[in-house]
Design a binder for this molecule. Structure first.
Ligand code: 3PG
Length: 212
């Protein structure tokens, strides 16, 4: 197993649930990340879907003790480089392109590439990837689909994301090929807007006790 894969697994094994954040205001990123870390969720994926995202990654990486800042929704090489420059310690993409594989190959920062089918997972195995994001998990077939891949694609691990909540997270976490799940439910927009950081710590703590 490569050092990069080991590093990625170390991050993903920190907790059963990786929060997937869409940060509208960079000023909320630090208290939000602190609230998640206080609840036991250290690895935090900040998606590049808002103009505030890169600044949010920078702030979390520099100012939140105990947090491991990662970037999500990385679609191309330029975003990959920007996210690394901002301090991301892991990079997540919803799918996979040649461009992303090429930039990732040149970087010390690990990529968790997206796959939703057996063929996509097989193509990534050929490139040496052992840990993949299964996206969009619920819509692509859910835990039953992922379970069906576990025997033929033995040795490949997944972090399913998309449509996962406290209600169905265990269905995934009980599978042998799941390392953790990702989800936005631990940081609901209403709580962020109300600056209800204690409420977010409570949701994070609940998620952190799920078993992986
Ligand atoms: C995403 O990229 O949006 C993540 O998969 C989060 O999905 P969720 O909002 O359904 O948890």
């Amino acid at each position: 197993m490569s050092g990069k894969t080991e590093n990625l697994l170390t991050v993903l094994n920190l907790q059963p649930v990786v929060p997937v954040l869409v940060v509208d205001d960079a000023a909320s990123a630090v208290p939000l990340a602190r609230a998640l870390v206080a609840g036991g969720l250290k690895a935090i994926e900040i998606t590049l879907r808002t103009p505030a995202a890169l600044e949010a990654i920078r702030l979390v990486a520099n100012e939140v003790e105990g947090a491991v800042a990662g970037a999500g929704t990385i679609l191309n090489a330029a975003q990959f480089d920007q996210a690394v420059e901002a301090g991301s310690q892991f990079i997540v993409s919803p799918g996979t392109t040649r461009e992303l594989l090429d930039v990732a190959a040149q970087s010390p920062v690990p990529l968790l590439p997206g796959a939703a089918t057996a063929s996509e997972a097989m193509a990534l195995r050929e490139q040496g990837y052992k840990v993949l994001k299964f996206f969009p998990a619920e819509q692509a077939g859910g835990a039953a689909y992922l379970k069906a891949l576990s025997s033929p694609l033995a040795g490949t691990l997944f972090c399913p994301t998309g449509g996962i909540s406290l209600a169905n997270a265990k269905d995934y976490l009980s599978l042998p090929n799941v390392v953790c799940v990702g989800g936005s439910w631990v940081a609901p927009k209403e709580l962020v807007m109300r600056e209800d950081w204690a409420g977010i710590t409570k949701l994070a703590a609940e998620a952190a006790t799920l078993k992986n």
